[in-house]
Every structure is written in structure tokens, then in C-alpha cells.
Design a protein around this ligand. Sequence first.
Ligand code: MTE
Ligand code: MOS
Length: 752
Amino acid sequence: MKIIGKKVKRIDGFQKAEGSAKYASDYYFHNMLYASVVYANVPHGILKNIDVSKAYELPGVVYVATYKDVPGINKFGHVIKDMNFLVPIGDKVRFEGDVIALIAAESKEIAEKAAKLVSCEIEELPPVLTIDEALKDEIIVNGDSNIGFHRKIRKGHIEDAFKDADLVLEMNFETGYQEHAYLEPQGAVAYYTPDNVMEIYVSAQCPFYVHEDVANILGLPLNKINVIQTETGGGFGGKEDVPSYVAAKPALLSYLTKRPVKLIYTREMDIKETSKRHPSKSYFKVAFKKDGTILGVKSKTYLDMGAYSTLSPIVMYRTTVHSCGTYKVPHVFVDVYGVYTNKVPCGAFRGFGSPQVLFAIESVMDEAAKRLNIDPYEIRLKNTLDVGDETATGHKLTSSVGAKKTLKKVYEISNYPKLKDYVKKYNETNKFKKLGLGWSHIFYGVSLGSGGQHLDGASAEVLIQPDGTINIMIGNTEMGQGAKTTMAIIASEILGQKLDKISVLQPQTLVLQDSGPTVASRTTIFSGNAVRIAAKKIKENIIGFLSNYFGVGKNEISFSDGNVLVRDKIFTFEEITELCNKNNVKLSEIGWYKTPKLHFDHEKGIGEAYITYTFSTQLSLVEVDILTGKISLKEAWVCHDIGKVINYDGAIGQVHGGVVQGMGYAIMEEIKQDNGKILTDNFNNYIIPTIKDAPQNIHVEFVEEEFSEGPFGAKGLGEPSLMSSPPSIANAVSNAINKRISKIPISMEDII
Ligand code: MTE
Ligand code: MOS
């Protein structure tokens, strides 16, 4: 490889560091209006009346929109449309962030003042605030029952597993919310071009979702709306479906006023209205043989969906598939339920429903190791998946399974036996500070999976300009994870042009075919393949021409490092581009990649769940102050099998960020609520890790068990980089205090 896997400078780094990169709030248009939002602010009730007259009296207010102003379908929901865009009179309010009205005004200040002048009469109903209350189904939040969705896996005969077992563990787990805490809050600007196309500039992971949803709300054809992704300051899943709800607001106001309209959320609005990671409660019963072999897993998990289903049914699919962890399990009986409550709707968050159950199953593995007197490393090595094995859903893995290698690598780089010794001695001599070691071993299905195949395609356009510079546009988005650099590296490897001559553009939905959402850690495989296919086609066009023109064999032409070698003559890439242009060679191509067909029985939960899996192992060293309850992550050793490393520094960055974000989930971050209202609505009281909380050393290694379908063998890393962290840290804490903690976040009070 010439550039794949090498350390390179991030291509979008300079503008971001310098401050010239344009985020949603950096867009201004002549004659632009500012939007504000009127919220219900009660968790449950019936909307009786809306009075907008006082707001209209305020000078500078141009429009106050309610449900009556929506020209198209006043509903959202990618799976079922159970959420109002603007709540109609007579309908229900189901959480504090339900939206009643929108204001467009000449300034932000006027818009915000006017929002306070809209009065709404709501007849309050008793709210449902916990999973347990919801399950009683006495007060119905949404639909016919608070249990909105159910998914399952049925494999083998679970009772046989319990009959044959030497050890049966039964454990209950709870996990909390997590806020995405992207640095850039949600925001969008809507603007009409002179040819009457509505352009929407939006901070988003999936411009195509925004496109479709805004078209539905406005009742416009798709070719009259162009969604352009702005530079996006983090998404982490929180900008998958949510930007539709955000962008529809200025879009409606722009439609009504025919003026540009801007809406940038404050952090408080963002935390109140937009999605979080689902809190969960689960019950696991797992059967083991004396030697640590798993015989069967029975589990039941409830996810708190909040007031609307949004992406929950898809999140739950991932929860179900990942419930048994990275292990061979002959008998499986898994149930996952999505439950409505009168709280903020939960949705996509890095890991997408798997971190909740991976915490559970990895805690079970540790507990079993302890009871059976086996090392937690050994019990994982014994049960982990390998080529030829089947996952819990019966997916037979035929290649690209580096699970064992990741375990062995972490064992080796951490010098595990010595480390264990050190921890033991430390704890014998220290009374009030205890060290703990914790393993986790996880897997992650890359791609949208069997249920989402209709969306699992991706498009890329590659264009060589007359001066030899290259533009790439992909249908997936850069949101901080480094996708632009990864795409440029792939094009550079194939075409041989230097990296600094390649730029990757923000996606526009009127230019590219729907490439699905930028989620499920799928960008490297999907957009990466689309870029590979397009770049290869261009290369073939050039080689075809050059071999004719110079009368040489096609295999005598090669591209690298900004040069083209034709038999024994070296040309610069620019010289060749000029020659090609003079001879009308086609230098732009579109690449399209779609997944191979997956076979899955959704009734039984059996089959090929995802196109491939990433495998990961983490070992964490924590220190617990048993007087104050303070936990610190001292050091972590991590190894991921990602098929092939394309963007080395980007991959390291993903792991560093993932470990720390996962640490926040495990031991720091907590949403506090009072009667359904979120109290922790900014970063003064919703505490996330900072550089001071990050461990000094995060040791990262990669295993490269190539995935035949992946570009150069690559799989995905975006989410597994977080997912290994919470169970590993939680296990380390339990190890330090010698007592199992079965809830996250683990607070100082829990330790005490
Ligand atoms: N890294 C950064 N810096 N910012 C992000 O918003 N999102 C994560 C992960 N890593 C995110 C991130 C999530 S939720 C996903 S699905 C993947 O990146 C998506 O990008 P990929 O497909 O390129 O892995
Ligand atoms: Mo990531 S949660 O799949 O956006």
C-alpha cells in the first residue's frame, strides 16, 4: 500500500482549527429571519387552545406558525409516524419538548421574546415516568399499549441449557441516559434560490432523511428541495433523524414567509427536545459449564423509548442481535421490548442499543469467571467466536473474525500477568485506594443490517479537474470521525494523486443519489467502496487511453505519489490530466455500492444480521478512592479488528475519543429529571469527561482480518471504539471494590 494505513494530515483539520470552517450558525442570507420554538413544557396532557395574538403584537414578529400552517403531513417517524411536527388542538402532549408553535422574527431576541408571549392551554394528565410504571399499562402514553415493540431470538432449547449447567447466573442490570454532547448544537438555515428551490443548510448525519421529511411536511416534490450538509461539529447518532425535526422548523417558516430563516438551538433546547441513549433495565439468566463454556443465554431487556418511537425499533434490533455478546451460544432466548414513557424520545447513539446489553453480558462473563475460578481473560478466549462459528443469531462466520487475536493482543501489550500481580500487591498495601482491572470483549455488526438493506447503498462522484486536482462528493457525511480523509486516502491510493490535491465536498441531495444515513459505522465500507469504484473506473479510462496513445501494454502504466509511469517514462499527474483532457477522456465517474443480500428470519431472530462484524477487546485499569467514591480510569489497552486500517491517525483518534466517551457513560454522565423535565440541561450540571478526566495512556492496536467486500478489506470502527469501554471500566470498578455493581453510570454514592 502506498498511502492506505499511513499517518497523514487530516484534510479538513486546518479550517476547523483556524475557525474558517462553516457550521450551520455561520450561514447568513440577506433579509434573513430568525426562528424560535414554543414548547409544551408539560410531560403529559391535552392541548386545549393556542393563543398567538400577543406574540403578533410584538414589533418585528413576522409569522407565528401552528399546526394549521403545515401544508403537507404534520407527522414524523421513520418506522411509524407517531409524532406530531406541531401539536394540533385536541391532540396529546406527550413530553415537555413537544412543539406547539414556531415564530419567525426580524431578530433572534424578538423571536425568543415572542415565544414567551404565546399562551397554550393544556389540560394536564398524570405522566408515566419509569419503565415499571409504563409496563402496568394503566396510563397509555402512545398507541394502544406502552409496550410499543418487541423483538426476539429463539434458538435451540433454552431449558436444556439450564438443565445441563454447572452454574446458572441470574442478574439484573440498569443503564442510564447519555446525552450526545456534540460541541455544535443542532441548527439549520432555509433559503429559496432564485429558481425556487428551497435550500436547507443543516448540521446533520443524514441529509437524505432531512430531504424526505421536509418534503413531506411541506408537501413539495423532492426536486424542489436541496439539502446541503454544513460542517458538522459532532453527531454521535444524535444527528441521525433529529435534524429533520430541526430543519422542518425554519423550512416551514421560510415556506410561509418566502424569506430565509435560521434556527440554531441553544444547548438547553437541544438537551430538552432531542434524542438521547435509551435507559434500560434488563434481566439475564446464563448457563455455564464448570470449565466456563456458555450453554445458553436467556435475557429480557426493556428500553425506555420516551414519548415517540422515532428510531427505537431499529435500535432494538441491534440490542437483540448483540444481547449474547461475542460468544458461541447454542441456546438463546432473548426478548427486547421498547416502552413508551412521557419523556424525551430516545434514539441513535454510538453503539445504537448495543452498549446497554454489552454491559450486561460482559458483567455476567466476569461474574461467572469469578464463581468458577477462571481468569476473566480465559473465559472470554474460551467462548469467543472464530471462523466457522455461528453468532447468537445463527450467522455462520466464514472469514474476517479476528476476535481471538484482539484478546491475545491486549493480553500481550498490557503485560497482563505482571499487571495483575502489581494490582494485587498494590491493593494489599493500600487501604483507602484500590486498583481494579476489567476486561471487555465485544462485537459490532457493521451496516444497516438485514432490516435496513433497502437503505444500504451509497454513491460517490469523483471528478478530476483540468489542473489535476480532484473533487470527491460522497453521500455520507463528515461529522468529526475523519471520513473525508479516509475517502481521500482511498482515491489517492488508486489514482496516485497526492492527498493535498484531493478535496472532499459536503453532500448535497440534489446532486447525489440517496446514500442512506451516516450511521452504523458504515461510511468506510459503503462510501469507501463507492469512491473505490468511481476512482477505478476513471483509472481504467485513463489507462485505456494511454496504452493506445503510447502503444504500451496496460500493465506498463502505474500511478503513485503524484506521478504516472508509462513504461519507463515518468509524467506528472497534471501532465497526464492535460493530455487526457485534450483527447476528451472521461475524467468523472459515479460509483455506487450496495450490500450483498442478507437472509434473516425476523420472527425467530435467526439469520445473517449484518454484512460483517468488528471485534474488539479492552482492558482497563481504574483506581477507586473508597473514602470519597471517586473513580479514575488510569490506563486502557484496546485492540480492534477492523479488517484494514485506512486512515491510521483517524482510527487512533476514534479509539481515544470512544474510550473517553464510553467512560463518561460508565462513571460520569447523568440526566436528572423532575416530573419528566430534564434538570441537567447544560454542561454546568450534565458533566461529561474533559481532558483532565482522560487517562494518561490509551494503548491502541489493530488487527487486520480482511473483509473481502470492504475497500482494501476494511470494516468499521466508529462505534465499537466506544462500545468496548463501558463494560471494561465497570468490570474494573467491580474488581477494585470486590463487589459487583450492576448499574451504570456508577456514581460516587454507589461506591460508598
Ligand atoms: N466521531 C466523531 N469525532 N464525531 C462523531 O459524531 N459519531 C460516531 C462515530 N464516531 C462520531 C464519531 C457514530 S455514532 C458513528 S455511526 C460513526 O462515527 C459514523 O462514522 P463512520 O461510518 O465513518 O464510522
Ligand atoms: Mo451512529 S449511533 O450509528 O450514528
